[in-house]
Design a protein around this ligand. Structure first.
Ligand code: AMP
Length: 609
């Protein structure tokens, strides 16, 4: 097992893995030679799990069982508007989980979102292992800066299911800044404008003498390239409905094909000003002919269609800059991250706002994974001269009387951080106190994200107000919240029961880790079986080709006749085992087949000598 740390950018659309080698970050290509891998998971008809390019290739014909953009659902509650929006837009089935969480049903099997994400992480781990020629376990995984506690925790759970030791979760824009500043002696304030497939993040950092300090961060976890695609799909569907009176949205296979062409057209329009969209035989009406979709989209039309999305990015950026007390003049460099920032209109909007051209020196698809790898290496290197100071994107607090939100840790506070609050009883002989912990900025508790219910139990029976319990709320460097409590009278640690309001319980998580391990063992065995079957088939073919010559050569002797008889028996047994697809019979006959082939080759070689 390698002690190296891999950096994984677990993206909505694509994922990327990097490692630091000889002091420099390197992005690792997958088997196909691509540096990014589609964040897609599918279950094939035979129950096999498909991940990455192989899942993408079959997405059209297996749309209902192919998951994309799972990151948009990770750590989300079932009832949230974002989940409702997603379930209307995707062809796979999203269902309610047991803890107000989200599950996906594929071929009558339920998957939690961390499991689906785990399969992608596992693929990235495998890509790194094939490159390194040894196992790797330690990883730094990136998340959008604006992810809340639930989303971070769920991402960490995904890592655990994938068999990874997630030594740190870091924010994507911060990772991008690390990669940008790597090896340079910078003294500057930078803006990282990160628009990927599913999320938008804006962060402002101060970089000086190897210290990367995040000043402020904000974003929208439901704004990304997928939304641009969706608007093109809507536009195509409306146009098609006007022309043919048929609603393509209802057809899952048509939807997947539309998604593919919409994204392709969008990407093309970043380099050309007009593009043709053609989908022959898009749908059969059941009447005479099948219908074809044909459209022409110009860059100007696309910019019109998606104007609101671009405006939203700029609004969030401007507000974050103001809230941080910064002005555009103070920003020395603007770095664009995420595939969607290739759109010329976006680049122009960023330029208009900051009054300067964005930096072209970083690769928008690879920079985040590289930053994660840099941070990973720094965490395991004793004498690293790099320091990362990140912030919490959301305020943390508790619900108080009247349903109000009492902030304990303000947003944009450097992490790790902690705050304490003293609770007391409000009734005589009260033995427990319930605390609701929330994240968000609203004054009203209900408008913020509920992280969990914490119940202090086993309190001493006493008149009200007498028992005082100090509760400590901590946010780790991963941005993950934990709570502990102390009895102020005795100094003893007070027990706390945490009821997760979404996400997985420890038991479920352990079961998923085990189920995934079992699946991997089985998958490896079935690959091994398939390989053996193919080897036996190939050897059989060779034996049958050599048989007539062998017969001619050795049939003269009794020993030779006996050998041929035995060889024929082996051939029959092997053929029988293969046609019955009997795995254990194939395994049994495999050695005899190899011996027979070797013997035949020997006979032929001796004859030629
Ligand atoms: P990422 O999450 O950084 O991999 O970004 C993926 C998003 O970037 C997807 O929505 C892609 O469609 C989008 N994207 C990639 N290349 C381009 C391009 N040339 N023009 C516009 N969007 C692009």
């Amino acid at each position: 097992m390698s002690d190296k740390v891999i950096g994984i950018d677990l993206g909505t659309t694509n994922s990327c893995v990097a490692i630091v080698e000889d002091g420099a970050p390197v992005v690792i290509p997958n088997r196909g030679g691509y540096k990014t891998t589609p964040s897609m998971v599918a279950i094939a008809e035979n129950g096999k799990r498909l991940v990455g390019h192989i899942a993408k290739r079959q997405a059209i014909t297996n749309a209902e069982n192919t998951v994309y953009a799972a990151k948009r659902l990770i750590g989300r509650k079932w009832g949230s508007p974002s989940v409702r929006a997603a379930s209307e837009a995707v062809p796979y089935r999203i269902v309610e989980g047991p803890h107000d969480d989200v599950r996906i049903e594929l071929r009558a099997q339920m998957f939690s979102i961390p499991e689906v994400s785990a399969y992608i992480l596992q693929e990235m781990k495998l890509i790194a292992e094939e490159y390194l020629g040894e196992g790797v376990e330690k990883a730094v995984i990136t998340v959008p800066a604006y992810f809340n506690d639930g989303q971070r925790q769920a991402t960490k759970d995904a890592g655990r299911i994938a068999g990874l030791d997630v030594i740190r979760i870091i924010n994507e824009p911060t990772a991008a800044a690390l990669a940008y500043g790597f090896g340079k002696q910078l003294e500057s304030k930078v803006a990282i404008f990160d628009l990927g497939g599913g999320t938008f993040d804006i962060s402002f950092l101060d970089i000086a003498a190897g210290v990367f300090e995040v000043i402020s961060t904000a974003g929208d976890t439901f704004l990304g390239g997928e939304d641009f695609d969706q608007l093109i799909i809507e536009w195509l569907c409306k146009d098609f409905e006007t022309r043919h009176g048929v609603d393509l949205r209802k057809d899952k296979m048509a939807h997947q094909r539309l998604k593919d062409v919409a994204e392709k057209a969008k990407c093309e329009l970043s380099s050309v000003t007009e593009t043709e969209i053609n989908l022959p035989f898009i749908i059969s009406t059941g009447k005479a002919d099948a219908l074809h979709l044909q459209a022409r989209l110009t860059r100007a039309e696309l910019e019109d269609l998606t104007r609101d999305l671009v405006d939203r990015c700029i609004e969030v950026t401007r507000k974050t800059l103001d809230d941080a007390g910064l002005t555009v003049k103070e920003i020395d460099e603007v770095i664009l991250v995420g595939g969607q920032t290739r759109m010329p209109r976006l680049q122009a909007a960023v330029k208009e706002m900051f009054g300067r051209d964005p930096c072209k020196g970083v690769h928008p698809d690879e920079v985040v994974a590289m930053g994660a790898a840099i941070q990973g290496a720094a965490l395991v290197t004793a004498a690293s001269d790099m320091l990362l100071l990140d912030v919490t994107p959301h305020s943390l607090g508790i619900m108080i009387v009247g349903g109000y939100f009492h902030k304990l840790i303000e947003q944009n506070t450097t992490v790790p951080t902690s705050a304490t609050h003293v609770f007391t009883t409000v009734k005589d002989n009260q033995t427990s106190v319930k605390i609701l912990v929330l994240q968000g900025e609203s004054e009203r508790a209900e408008e913020n994200e509920l992280l969990g219910e914490f119940i202090l139990t086993g309190l001493r029976r006493a008149p009200r107000g007498e028992v005082e319990i100090e509760v400590k709320f901590e946010i780790s460097a991963d941005g993950i919240v934990s709570v502990s409590a102390k009895d102020l009278e005795t100094g003893a640690q007070q027990s706390i029961t945490v009821t997760a309001t979404s996400g997985l319980t420890e038991d479920e998580l352990r079961r998923m880790v085990d189920a995934n391990k079992d699946y991997l063992v089985e998958a490896r065995q079935s690959e091994e079986t398939e390989r053996r079957k193919q080897a036996v088939e190939r050897a059989l073919e060779d034996i049958e080709k050599l048989l007539p010559e062998v017969e001619r050569t050795i049939a003269g002797s009794e020993f030779g006749q006996d050998a041929v008889r035995k060889a024929r028996a082996v051939i029959d047994r092997a053929k029988g085992a293969i046609s019955a697809n009997d795995q254990s019979a194939i395994a049994e006959v495999s050695d005899s087949v190899t011996r027979t082939l070797n013997m035949f080759k020997g006979v032929v070689a001796r004859k030629g000598a």
